[in-house]
Design a protein around this ligand. Structure first.
Ligand code: URA
Length: 432
């Protein structure tokens, strides 16, 4: 079999055989197929797509390219969640302790941020002392005792996806539905959970720009999970504006804590939907019972106490969750003033995410260090009426020189008008 023939077949719109797909994933993982051939193949897939069967075989080949985790000891209680990536998306920090407080067992491997989207591990590591590496024994014990452990992607889990994802990131082939579906599902299936909730984000801050594409991706991932015997549901959610008000690692930890302590709004709404869907899958609860239990866990403080126990178990300073002055603090805080009066009609979430990265909150390259205190707190969001000179947002950084570029980009993310825009839903649909 020759890789060049497989590339040509896909370039011409052909359907690959199971053997061809397994050959290319095996060869790419062991290094016998070089990056340039894999990049050409990914671009052919980007333009010609893959059938459902091809996508399922690709997922299976990537899932088995390395180790898989066995969570059978937790039976039907083992749960996982995955977001396709967004700006201000701190939902794992909230959903994880809620679900753990209510009997779920969340053994989660999370990623770091890259480009304009943030990563859960970076957010957690902004808490002084937090360790995102645990031995397999400590990981399992913590999930057993507290119900949640979150570590960075480690070991030899889906090495094919690790290589292919990094290649796609620099060859403009990320936003392909079969490639995203197989990337996400290979990781989730290898990580072993029985019940999985996917948060498929769509809009200006997401890889899927439209609701229709978000739905296609959600349906594909749910079908793959079910075919592998897992309980899967996908929420299609709005990422046209950043989620919540805070963007940036320590700032997002603070906002997550506020929600766990009772703060209402869009963030609580989405986390309630994610957590209740997961609890319905793993316990078989009705939707109404699951929502009731989630609200109780939030309002009674049970979910917050579970977060304190989780953070402390992984070496983090749990006092920082109550006394935010113990979290990283920025030396510079700059208010962005409104250049005019009017309604904020649109806020390009991707630009807001990049602006936060420019302040130091994210990486442009994998090796870049992170400023945990950096980021943005939004005072105004899409739909708000603003007077000229009012503060739109606060920019936080430890390097004054970063303010100018970040502020210019932030202001370019805003569209103004004389009338309020129509209110978009937060959750478009749940695919089961
Ligand atoms: N998240 C993933 O894990 N993989 C993709 O391809 C896109 C988003």
């Amino acid at each position: 079999m020759r890789m060049v023939d497989i590339i040509a077949k896909k370039r011409d719109g052909g359907v690959l055989t199971d053997e061809e797909i397994r050959f290319l994933i095996r060869g790419y993982t062991d290094g016998s197929i070089p990056d340039y051939q894999m990049a050409a193949w990914a671009m052919a897939v980007y333009f010609k797509g893959m059938t459902d069967h091809e996508t399922a075989v690709l997922t299976d080949a990537m899932m088995h390219s390395g180790d898989t985790v066995d969570l059978r000891c937790f039976g039907h209680l083992s749960v996982d969640k995955h977001s396709t990536g967004g700006v201000g998306d701190k939902t794992t920090l909230i959903v994880a302790p809620i679900v753990a407080a209510l009997g779920g067992k969340l053994a989660k491997m999370s990623g770091r941020g890259l480009g304009h989207t943030g990563g859960t591990v970076d957010k957690l590591e902004s808490i002084p002392g937090f360790r995102a590496t645990l031995s397999p024994e400590a990981f399992e014990r913590q999930v057993q005792d507290i119900g949640v452990a979150v570590i960075g992607q480690s070991g030899n889990l889906t090495p094919a996806d690790k290589k292919l994802y990094a290649l796609r990131d620099v060859t403009a082939t990320i936003d392909s539905i079969p490639l995203i579906a197989s990337s996400v599902m290979s990781k989730k299936l290898a990580a072993g959970a029985q019940s999985i909730v996917l948060d498929v984000k769509c809009g200006s801050g997401a890889f899927m720009k439209t609701e229709a594409d978000g739905k296609k991706l959600a349906e594909k991932m749910v079908a793959i999970g079910k075919a592998c015997g897992r309980s899967v549901a996908a929420l299609i959610t709005n990422m046209d504006i950043p989620l919540g008000n805070n963007v940036g690692n320590a700032l997002e930890v603070m906002e997550a804590v506020e929600v766990l302590k009772g703060k209402r709004g869009d963030l609580r709404e989405i986390c309630t939907a994610l957590a209740s869907t997961l609890l319905s899958l793993c316990h078989g609860w009705s939707h109404a019972d699951a929502v009731h239990a989630v609200n109780e866990a939030l309002d009674s403080g049970l979910a917050f106490r579970t977060m304190e126990a989780w953070i402390a178990a992984q070496g983090g300073d749990a006092k920082a969750l109550t006394d935010f002055s113990l979290l990283p603090q920025a030396a510079v805080c700059h208010g962005v003033k409104a250049p005019r009066s009017g309604y904020l009609r649109h806020m390009d979430a991707e630009k807001v995410g990049i602006s936060s990265s420019l302040l130091g909150a994210g990486r442009m390259k994998k090796e870049d260090p992170i400023d945990y205190a950096a980021g943005i707190v939004l005072e105004k969001k899409t739909g708000d009426h603003v007077e000229a000179g009012e503060t739109l947002a606060w920019l936080y950084t430890n390097e004054e020189r970063r303010i100018r570029g970040a502020e210019d980009l932030f202001l370019s993310a805003l569209e103004w008008g004389e009338a309020a825009p129509a209110k978009a839903p937060l959750i478009y649909e749940i695919v089961r």
